[in-house]
Design a protein around this ligand. Structure first.
Ligand code: NAD
Length: 495
């Protein structure tokens, strides 16, 4: 097979002069600095985007304040209607957005279609449904009455204001949709800064949002490097940051937010997610589970499994069967529908993985399969299986965010629990067993924001998602996100 043909609309979009999206239209940056966007499959430059300046930040925040004034006063049903129309437009432009996403990120075209566009539309509709269901409470105070007066109280959930959304490169389209959907359904306006590696789909989605009826200023998009996110957080006109990215950047973002003006911050960060197989799981099922947990989208998923614990008695046949399966994957262009394993998302990430492989070798970890990067212009990295020497091996402790599964055997359940929880992170974990009674007893003992049993990585908009420990603060999805995008106002009345 060969690459699918690019749509004329994709070619036309790539050929454009890319600007910023401010107050309902594409405008040029007030500066002249640009950043190239490269296709990780072949290293070719796809486009240049603006590296926004402080003046651009000021302009976008002024627009967002105006957008907030009108959008927050619109009826919840009207807000929902706009978001439902945007979901329809995402689906109508499914192939165009999926192709742009694959070009900028190297994601397999099937994953771009199914997750970045179809799942994003599904999430957007879920959030749109909340617009009309956000409520406060009525409370009867117990204050003493001295002269027959009485009291009543109620709470209001009010939109927090202008939100800054900061997005990573791994699911550039879907995570941007989560952020704009959370903000817009609660009546906030939002300025989003996509990753400098993957900004293209969001620029297109902003245009679709206007087509869906979103008023000017409710959604602005500023492209550029990290300094743009920092300037937005520290701007006096912004009220909250919703950040998704790495732990070190997340800590810097949290500090900047607190230091600026107690800007509210939700931080969805990375981790080092544990995957545990109890001895009753058949080898072929365990291999399926490892591929699902560790190798989907080349492991570039925040919730992906990275530390794999297998009972000592099952380790050797499992590693052999896994290596065999990984060796059969068809590696190639992500625009070829038959490809099963594409490149990682960018050159710095490929280089980071090469350094981690070198560290693993230097520390005496055993590379069972893979462990090399490609030497061509594309960002290819072999799917890799590593057997750690001890709990201290770097590959068991540092997030790789790549197609790398690191294994350690265990001897009994107490040791397994200790190993799973011995991490400063706690985004996700999974437990694999046929004995659901045993799983139910272990679930409360495992430290993770999301724990899957006999599955891994799959997210649903109705199920809250977020990290404990150093994996973040706050939750997305479910109704939990409402707390983070609104302020609670208490009203007391004497009568
Ligand atoms: P990153 O932290 O390098 O960058 C994320 C975003 O922050 C980018 O847009 C970047 O330009 C911006 N940024 C950089 N410095 C900044 C600063 N000082 N102030 C404000 N913004 C700044 O992350 P990445 O490499 O793009 O993405 C991979 C990471 O994201 C992984 O660690 C992964 O685990 C994490 N992630 C977490 C989740 C989650 O939901 N928990 C989801 C996806 C990815």
């Amino acid at each position: 097979m060969s690459d699918i043909a690019l749509l004329p609309s994709v070619r036309a979009f790539l050929a454009r002069e890319h600007g910023l999206f401010i107050h309902g239209q594409t405008v040029p940056s007030q500066g002249s600095a640009t950043i190239p966007v490269r296709n990780p499959a072949d290293g070719q430059t796809l486009a240049h985007i603006a590296d926004a300046t402080q003046a651009d930040v000021d302009q976008a925040v002024t627009s967002a304040r105006q957008g907030f004034a009108s959008w927050s006063r619109s009826s919840p049903a009207a807000r929902a209607a706009v978001l439902f129309r945007l979901a329809d437009l995402l689906e109508a432009h499914r192939e165009e957005l999926a192709q742009l996403e694959t070009l900028q990120s190297g994601k397999l075209i099937g994953i771009s279609r199914a997750f970045e566009v179809e799942q994003a539309a599904h999430f957007l509709r879920y959030y749109a449904g909340w617009a009309t269901k956000i409520t406060g409470q009525t409370i009867t105070p117990s204050l003493p009455s001295f002269a027959g007066e009485r009291y009543s109280a109620y709470t209001l959930r009010e939109p927090i204001g202008v939100v800054v959304g900061i997005v990573p490169w791994n699911f550039a389209t879907m995570i941007a949709i989560w952020k704009l959907a959370s903000a817009l359904t609660t009546g906030c306006s939002i300025v989003i800064k996509p990753s400098e590696f993957t900004p293209l789909t969001l620029l297109r989605i902003a245009e679709l949002a206007s087509e869906a009826g979103l008023p000017a200023g409710a959604l602005n998009v500023l492209t550029g490097a990290g300094h743009v996110g920092k300037a937005l957080i520290e701007h006096p006109g912004t009220d909250k940051v919703s950040f998704t990215g790495s732990v070190p950047t997340g800590i810097a973002v949290g500090q900047a937010a607190m230091g600026a003006k107690l800007t509210r911050a939700t931080l969805e960060l990375g981790g080092k997610n544990a995957v545990a197989f109890l001895p009753d799981v058949a080898t072929d099922k365990a291999v399926d589970g490892i591929i699902e947990a560790g190798f989907l989208h080349s492991g570039q998923i925040c919730a992906a499994g990275e530390r794999f614990y297998v009972h000592r008695s099952r380790l050797d046949p499992l590693l052999e069967a896994l290596s065999q399966r990984l060796g059969q994957l068809k590696v190639g262009s992500p625009l070829d529908e038959t490809t099963q394993f594409g490149p990682v998302a960018n050159k710095p990430h490929q280089q980071k993985l090469a350094e981690l492989f070198a560290t693993a070798r230097a520390e005496g970890s055993q590379i069972i399969h893979g462990g090399r990067i490609g030497d061509g212009p594309g960002c290819f990295v072999e799917p890799t299986v590593i057997l750690a020497k001890s709990v201290n091996d770097t590959l068991l402790n540092q997030e790789t965010f790549g197609p790398v599964a690191t294994f350690l055997p265990y001897d009994d359940e107490d040791q397994l629990l200790h190993l799973m929880n011995a991490s400063p992170y706690g985004l996700s974990a999974s437990l694999w067993t046929n004995d659901l009674g045993k799983a139910m007893r272990l679930i409360p003992e495992i430290q993770a924001g999301t724990l899957w049993v006999n599955m891994h990585t799959l997210l649903d908009p109705a199920v809250p998602f977020g990290g404990i420990k150093a994996s973040g603060i706050g939750r997305e999805f479910g109704s939990a996100f409402i707390d983070d995008f609104t302020e609670l106002k208490s009203v007391m009345i004497r009568y």
